[in-house]
Design a binder for this molecule. Structure first.
Ligand code: ASP
Length: 318
């Protein structure tokens, strides 16, 4: 078996690429890296890599994480500026013996030493979104409004499971703010004997439940990926509401070492992309029922076209 699952529609092209690589016997680590790079490189996805939205100082600070489920090796980056592919740097860091998690200037120094491609990651389009949002900030605006991290779990034919994330984090975040995405166990987790999971949503809340680790732990207990995702999201959502009065956005996907997959969310509008040996690459739209169960249906052509139209539409600045 082989397979790859990823948060959101934006991962579709990356998933298609990885699917081909896995079919040809490529290892999980290389396939997942290529898939995430495809999302990082696409300028119209405004929450990952090139074209990602900046922080409150109009600086694009990127987070990324990578885990190899064979060895438990982890590499992660927080708040790195001006490098084209944070995922490749995180993956490289996972090969180091120590110093696996680097942030800010230290991360940039490492990336420069390792000769990773440097690139101005702030695009004119992202600047236009920034200007627009600045004006809206006078009006009422939720601190967390609009997100999308790409997170993936990948299984190869040899049975290796990897998990990885890449994001520009929350739009208008504070300088130096790091979300769940580069935090192992929160944004991502992989264990080749079990499977892997990854999350998107409000990092500050996802972290409180170590949600990706929790999903993998539930799969160890025998839950299917779908049941594990639903239980982890429902339990954390309930706990947050009980203890804090509200819960941020929580959305997750998981795949086990048999290539079975699942998803869950506490919001409307979550989508994911997936491909396995038995399943052509597809985008699913997730619906959450009152009781926390989540069902998904294939996105139709109209939805897919509208998605791209909205992503590529000019930024209207009033
Ligand atoms: N989880 C990310 C963060 O808090 C945001 C997202 O998923 O879009 O940085």
């Amino acid at each position: 078996m082989y397979g790859i699952i990823a948060t959101w529609r934006m991962a579709k092209e990356g998933v298609e690429l990885a699917d081909q690589m896995l079919k040809n016997g490529e290892v999980s680590g290389k396939a997942i890296e290529a898939a995430i790079k495809a999302v990082e490189d696409f300028p119209y996805y405004k929450s990952v890599g090139y074209g990602g939205l900046p922080n409150e100082e109009q600086i694009v600070e990127l987070d990324a994480g990578y885990m190899d489920g064979d060895t438990m090796s982890v590499g992660a980056l927080g708040a790195i500026k001006d490098f084209a592919n944070p995922i490749s740097i995180a993956k490289k860091l996972s090969e180091e013996k120590v110093n696996n998690v680097l942030v800010g200037a230290g991360a940039e120094k490492y990336a420069r030493e390792m000769k990773f491609e440097e690139k101005e990651m702030l695009t004119d389009r992202a600047k236009a979104f920034y200007r627009k949002r600045k004006k809206e900030l006078d009006k009422e605006l939720k601190p967390y409004d609009g997100h999308d991290t790409v997170g993936m779990v990948c299984l190869d034919t040899a049975g290796t499971v990897t998990a990885a994330t890449s994001t520009s984090g929350l739009f208008m975040k504070r300088s130096g703010r790091v979300g769940d995405s580069p935090i192992v166990g929160s944004g991502f987790y992989a264990d080749s004997q079990v499977g892997g999971a990854t999350a998107t949503g409000l990092g500050e809340d996802l972290m409180k439940g170590c949600i990706s680790y929790e999903i993998v732990r539930l799969m160890v207990e025998g839950l299917t990926p779908q049941a594990a995702c639903e239980k982890a999201v429902t339990d954390l959502d309930r706990k947050l509401r009980e203890k804090r009065g509200e819960a941020g956005d929580l959305s997750v996907v998981a795949m086990n070492c048999k290539g079975e997959f699942g998803c869950a969310t506490n919001i409307g509008g979550f989508s994911f992309s997936v491909a396995t040996k038995d399943q052509e690459p597809v985008v699913y739209l997730v619906t959450r029922e009152e009781d926390g169960h989540c069902s998904f249906r294939e996105a139709d052509q109209e939805w897919l076209e509208e998605y791209m139209r909205v992503r590529m539409a000019p930024v209207e600045e009033s």
